[in-house]
Design a protein. Sequence first.
Length: 129
Amino acid sequence: MRPLLLRSEDPPADEVIVVRAGVLNRDDAMRAARRAYAETGILALSVFAALDQGVDELCHDDPDLARYRQIRTTTFGRLRRAGFAVLPTYARPHYDIALPDLSDDTLDRLDQCFDAPGPNPGVGSVRLS
């Protein structure tokens, strides 16, 4: 197990957009959260925040996002209002949504936070800097 590395920074504003790669159905969420638990000891889902750039640019620039055909978006505010902690993990703009458990109620609340899956504006266009 490796430690979950947290950054020391102020929480993003409620309106900041959060991006999850893929369609994030129930099975995806459970599989990802269990993998995170095995790696770090915390049930969590990896997401990225559009902090200093728009969603299109974030999806273009980040190879972890650009390899998925679809994305789902939400905001920090929607996640907080649903009772989820969003942790600043690893390198900016990466975050993890901490899940208290994998119950149907938790997964339903999580799903309702996100907009429906949509096309990823970054597919096939990662910029090499």
